[in-house]
Write a protein of this length. Structure first.
Length: 401
């Protein structure tokens, strides 16, 4: 492909076009072949990287593609707390990641399993008691499960979890709608929540084994204590990213099992398939369709010229279906192995919450398989960029009469 100049490019896709939202995988497939670095004139203009290997290039080359300018397209309000460590390049980002890592280790996260199972069981029982034939899965189960998981990880009480869930959901949807007034107000609300939490833990640290913020304070890199702003910035990133992606992933899991009863039966008959099924859910339904960088200098990627200062979005959903990496990528294979999906990103900015996401999938899968039935009522709707997955979903959990 000949090198293209940015001023000669035409917009080849709109992530929020209604037809695109309904057919994202087909759009990705076409762009991977025709425009692997695809230009869009939405939101001031940006490139989207569609192929797996090109995304690895962006993820690994921090000198050319910096995370310090923005993390998503369309950009969020720039005022307020930094999103740490997401908006730092190495080596600066490592200071924050090392302090946060103890709270996200798989063995630590696994200690929450009994509480998470109890929460999910209660949500299903409450939903069925209300009306088992019309369960609003995202509202009655997916959303509160996501909020509860975050609460367990960080140490929130129920009211705190509900409040941050409301703020973060409203904030993300306002960004997508370009309602920057609402986005700014919600962003300030999330910031205020994070600052209040940081101040509380700085004044009265809790047990680092049971409180994530106190754990961060107990693990300063190189002995350098974190400032209130740094601590609040780390909390802020978790409050939004950890909640929204989890909710979308749980919705997609429920949708998949309801529409693939053969896969549900396979998991009942052969529980050992659970691990590869879980990873295939992650590949096929990446809740964060994209994160972004900015070109720190003029460069060429995939034969396309990218001017310094241009936003570059990495489409993980497209990369996860790249036939150069995955055999028969458009087919959901519950036994797929190996499975080198990029749902959690790659390199320095790989998602720290992946152990919790895997535990959530395992617990929710078991709960869904235990229901008398899984039937979709009405027509589900899909989320839109930067999310990917099911947004609305009503289930009949009664089973056959």
């Amino acid at each position: 492909m000949a090198t293209e100049q940015i001023d000669e490019l035409r917009s080849v896709w709109d992530p929020h076009d209604p037809e695109t939202i309904e057919t994202y995988p087909a759009v990705w497939r076409a762009l991977r072949e025709s425009h692997p670095v695809a230009w869009s004139d939405k939101w001031g203009g940006f490139f989207t990287v569609m192929r797996y290997d090109d995304i690895l290039t962006v993820e690994k080359d921090h000198e050319t593609f910096t995370a310090t300018k923005l993390s998503i397209v369309p950009a969020s309000p720039k005022l307020g707390l930094p999103r740490l460590p997401l908006q730092k390049d190495p080596p600066d980002s490592e200071r924050y990641r090392k302090a946060m890592n103890p709270s996200f280790k798989a063995n630590k996260v696994r200690t929450f399993e009994p509480q998470l199972c109890a929460l999910v069981d209660r949500l299903f029982e409450d939903a069925k008691a209300r009306d088992a034939a019309n369960v609003d899965f995202p509202v009655q189960i997916g959303e509160p499960m996501s909020q509860g998981s975050l609460g367990l990880l960080v140490g929130f009480d129920t009211e705190e979890s509900l409040e941050i869930g409301r703020l973060s959901a409203t904030y993300v949807h306002a960004i997508q709608d370009r309602d920057m007034g609402t986005a700014a107000r919600m962003s300030k609300g999330v910031d205020a929540f994070a600052i209040k939490l940081a101040q509380s833990r700085l004044a009265e640290p809790r047990d680092p084994e049971s409180d994530m913020v106190s754990s961060i304070l107990a693990h300063p890199a190189k002995g350098e204590p974190f400032t209130e702003t740094e601590l609040a910035g780390m909390v802020r990133l978790l409050l939004v990213g950890g909640h929204i992606a989890s909710r979308c992933l749980m919705n997609s899991l429920a949708f998949h099992l309801a529409t693939h009863p053969d896969h549900a039966q396979l998991l009942r008959d052969e529980p050992e398939v659970g691990a590869t099924f879980r990873d295939e859910i992650l590949r096929f339904y990446p809740a964060n369709q994209s994160l972004a960088r900015v070109a720190a200098k003029d460069t060429v990627l995939g034969g396309t010229f990218i001017k310094k200062g241009t936003p570059v979005a990495m489409n993980y959903g497209s990369a996860n279906r790249d036939p150069r990496v995955f055999d028969d990528p458009e087919t959901f294979d519950p036994r797929r192995s190996p499975n080198r999906h990029l749902t959690f990103g790659y390199s320095t900015h790989m998602c720290m919450g992946q152990a919790m996401a895997k535990l959530q999938l395992e617990v929710m899968t078991d709960a869904l398989l235990a229901q008398p039935g899984l039937t979709i009522v009405g027509t589900p709707t899909w989320g839109r960029w930067t999310e990917f997955g099911i947004n609305t979903l009503t289930l009949d959990l009664r089973g056959k009469a």
